[in-house]
Design a protein around this ligand. Structure first.
Ligand code: ADP
Ligand code: ASP
Ligand code: MG
Length: 610
């Protein structure tokens, strides 16, 4: 008999009536002939209330006790849910994380799942019971209660679905599915019918709060079909599944994080080992880094910027100051920023997506402080108070309320990466996943190089709204395909942008830049046709905070200087000198234990077809 996992979020079980309604859904599903595992969150705002209670006692509750406290919210819900099922005439058993056998590591308040023992659940299901599992919690090896991080019941649900080989994991929530952006912020947002794992991973990790991003890591790793559905209405919701073959919209969705802090290390030495030093310090201090932006060094010095959650700013500044006191340079920061990102596979087959986003922002007089891209996302950092304006404008600019599916520009590879379809990594991933010792361990499925790129850098641009739009509209209109785009923080009122293009288009790029650069008297353009780009591909690369540290360690130990960096959930790329590409590739592959097949040789991606 097939198993369905049904997860109900806090609002879906907020009161007795809603608990009954959720119980009825599970009972109906069981009566239709399936076995049902419910995963239930704490009721309504219960978890927030518990956090508030702790704050009344102490400003610094110990994480272990916090987990002991927060896990009670879910325990209350599962018991009530079991009673509601009993009232409807079906058998049900409520189980805590420990009773289901959700084993986690010991990192309280953000624990990762190591294993789940399915026997007890299977026995209960076979005995005709509905299993009602507490979301968000587990136990470490000493049976201390742990929690998975806020919003973690989604992750429990996807993990149980993976462990039980469930046919479907349904996520019942207070909206009708996954929308093009938060429908509570943009009322014209439209519901998405189907979104790929990679798009949802990016959307979730870039701020779309509808799903816990780690739940999508589980879904992708273990090929769990997820469906986000409305609790309070009928409707098919949104399917989260492998990428369909048919064309997708240019942009699938837009996500934002209201509060981000930027820390920049300015004027640090531009030589091997510098990134290693910074990232090992951040990793040792367990500070999750979000955007990482390093553009090309000038006169022997480089500037690195990264963003962290606003609450980590103080600790990050301490780390940054330690780094600069060792190696020189100064630290700058801005704690008043927001990040707005657009996500979609459509970017791989359409030119000018970045240009269009930058133009919309410029038309609304929104200055862009930092830009990073990956093959399926473009993120910009802007002033915090302009976040809502930017979200509305970009949503409208890409006509997301209508979800138009454009025909791809035939034969034109991605503006943001020609390497996107280099190979199907799902088989490699499946192999690696089957050998993981812990369910949430990192998966690095491939590491490859691409030497068919050239870098163009523009410095001394006036830092005014519209700079990036002017540059990238000119480049897109010239028919040049742009891959990585990096804009680092402006210094002394001067912005700088680096991007990569096919080497044969460098001359054309310089030509088309002449017109937009007329407005910027001091602007200087430089190019380097001898670069190599290395990409580490996997699942959850950003949520595993040590990936950057491991990469920079491997490159630093091989005396390789990093010129540009960009990151996403599924890929981290660095640009190095062309003649160091093979060494860098080998260093990275051995660092991630991928050194044992013919792919060790540098393997360039296919040349662009247009
Ligand atoms: P639950 O308690 O069911 O887990 P959450 O509050 O965690 O629910 O997630 C649902 C909320 O996510 C919605 O109410 C909505 O405001 C927010 N949200 C943010 N981005 C999106 C999006 N792209 N699509 C749908 N909802 C979104
Ligand atoms: N109750 C937890 C929270 O509010 C987990 C969840 O709802 O997913 O964060
Ligand atoms: Mg949630």
């Amino acid at each position: 008999m097939s198993i369905v996992v049904q997860k109900f979020g806090g609002t879906s079980v907020a009161d007795a009536e809603r608990i009954r309604r959720a119980a009825k859904k599970a009972v109906d599903t069981k009566r239709s002939g399936q076995q049902v595992v419910m995963v239930v969150s704490a009721r309504g705002k219960k978890t927030d209330e518990l956090v508030g209670l702790a704050a009344e006692i102490t400003a610094q509750p110990r994480p272990r006790e916090m987990d002991m406290l927060l896990s009670t919210g879910e325990q209350e819900s599962v018991a009530l849910m079991a009673m509601a099922v009993h009232e409807l005439g079906e058998e049900a058993i409520s189980l805590t994380g420990a009773q289901i056998g959700v084993r986690t590591d010991g990192s309280h308040t953000k624990a990762r799942i190591i294993s789940i023992s399915t026997q007890r659940m299977k026995d209960a299901l076979d005995a005709g019971q509905i299993v009602i599992a507490a979301g968000f919690q587990g136990v470490d090896e000493d049976f201390n209660i742990t929690t998975l991080g806020r919003g973690g019941s989604d992750t429990t649900a996807a993990a149980l679905a993976a462990a039980l080989d469930a046919e479907m994991c349904e996520i019942y929530t207070d909206v009708e599915g996954v929308f093009t952006t938060d429908p509570r912020v943009v009322s014209s947002a439209s519901k998405i019918e189907r979104v790929s794992y990679d798009e949802m991973l990016e959307l979730a990790s870039l701020g779309a709060g509808v799903m816990h991003s780690r739940s999508i890591e589980f879904a992708k790793k273990y090929r769990v079909s997820l469906r986000v559905k409305p609790s309070f209405a009928a409707g098919p919701g949104t399917l989260i599944a492998p990428r369909p073959a048919q064309p997708t919209p240019m942009v699938t969705g837009l996500a934002f994080v209201r509060s981000e802090a930027r820390v920049s290390l300015i004027g640090i030495p531009d030589h091997p080992g510098v990134m290693k030093r910074i990232f090992s310090l951040l990793c040792d201090n367990r500070i999750p880094v979000d955007m990482v932006v390093q553009n090309v060094g000038i006169a022997g010095t480089a500037n690195v910027s990264f963003t962290v959650a606003a609450e980590d700013l103080d600790r990050t500044l301490t780390v940054a100051k330690t780094a600069t006191s060792d190696m020189g340079g100064t630290v700058q920061h801005n704690g008043n920023l927001s990040k707005v990102s657009v996500v979609g596979h459509g970017m791989q087959t359409h030119t000018g997506v970045a240009a269009q986003m930058f133009r919309v922002l410029a038309d609304n007089s929104i200055n862009i402080h930092i830009v990073t891209t990956s093959e399926i996302k473009i993120s910009v950092l802007i002033d915090h108070e302009l976040c809502d304006l930017a979200v509305q404008a970009v949503h409208e600019g890409f006509q997301l309320s209508q979800q138009i599916v454009h025909t791809p520009h035939v034969g034109v590879p991605s503006e943001l990466s020609q390497t996107a379809t280099r190979r199907d990594t799902s088989e490699l991933e499946a192999d690696i996943v089957s050998q993981l010792s812990g369910m949430e361990e990192i998966v690095v499925s491939d590491i490859y190089s691409d030497t068919d790129q050239a870098r163009v850098t523009i410095t001394h641009l006036d830092d005014t709204p519209g700079v990036a739009a002017d540059v990238f509209c000119a480049v897109a209109n010239g028919g040049v395909l742009v891959d990585m785009i990096i804009q680092n923080v402006a210094l002394d009122g001067q912005a700088n942008i680096s991007f990569t293009v096919p080497p044969e288009d460098v001359a054309k790029t310089i030509q088309v830049l002449k017109t937009p650069l007329k407005k910027h008297a001091a602007a200087q353009v430089s190019c380097d046709e001898s670069i190599g780009k290395l990409s580490v591909v996997g699942i959850g690369l950003r949520s595993h905070t040590d990936v950057g540290a491991r990469m920079f360690q491997a490159l630093g130990d091989s005396a390789i200087n990093v010129q540009m960096v960009n990151t996403s959930e599924i890929k981290v790329s660095v640009v190095v000198a062309a003649d160091q590409t093979a060494t860098a590739l080998n260093a990275l592959r051995s660092s991630f234990n991928l050194n044992d097949d013919e792919d060790v040789q540098p393997s360039d991606s296919p040349a662009p077809t247009a």
